[in-house]
Ligand binder design. Sequence first.
Ligand code: KIV
Length: 272
Amino acid sequence: MAYLQTDISKVTTRVLQSMKAQGEKIAMLTAYDFSMAALLDKAKIDVILVGDSAANVMEGYNTTLPITLDEMIVYGSSVARASKRALVVVDMPFGTYQGNSKMALASAIRIMKETGADAVKMEGGEEVLESISRILSAGIPVMGHLGLTPQSINKFGTYAVRATDEQEAEQVVRDAHILEKAGCFAIVLEKVPAKLAARIAQEIKIPIIGIGAGAGVDGQVLVLQDMLGITQQFKPRYLRLYGTFGEGICSAVRQYIDDVKTESFPNDKEQY
Ligand code: KIV
């Protein structure tokens, strides 16, 4: 199907802004490696997020906290090399920007120089404003991330939906305004009530990209392995499955094992 922005050769932050203005929803997925990013780019995804969810789906950690800047740079550069059209955003990992804006800028510069990505993403509102402003002043586009911010899991103590009470909801709205005013080009809004997310998307001029935030926002993001059915035992309410590739991979591997054991692979044509 042809959408308003199908024919453009490169998605930029300005393109995302015009998509919001024209009412075209933004489609974003995560990727962490060259092969998957090349497929996403070929399919014309708008934005590829090299999320610190790599800590979970690529490295098997329970939280996103352990992943390092060096690791994010390896994932980021692999994705950027494969992405010709999509805007590539790399997550700044835990401990590389909180509470020290000079360190934040140095981390963001390393990401931009060493990966070839188009932008960085960081979690938090007012509390990371100084870091966001310093990074923006160096000409590096910043995507914000509000609502459920997994790097703060030890403060929240749960991955449950955020901002269900009025006080926290108003704080999220205030933070969204702060990020917009600071100059962020978009905000990811994770796991908040749909009504609150829709209100924020209406009040805020920059694109709001939701995950578990309902349909009233400007775009959606999912973790690739989750939506492809590769991740095992992770089925939050907001997740729609677009395949059962986990099953497909297992059955292909079982067939391969069988073929090797029964000596039906390789056959005469599959050798030199
Ligand atoms: O790290 C990540 O994949 C993310 C998305 C869930 C938005 O931040």
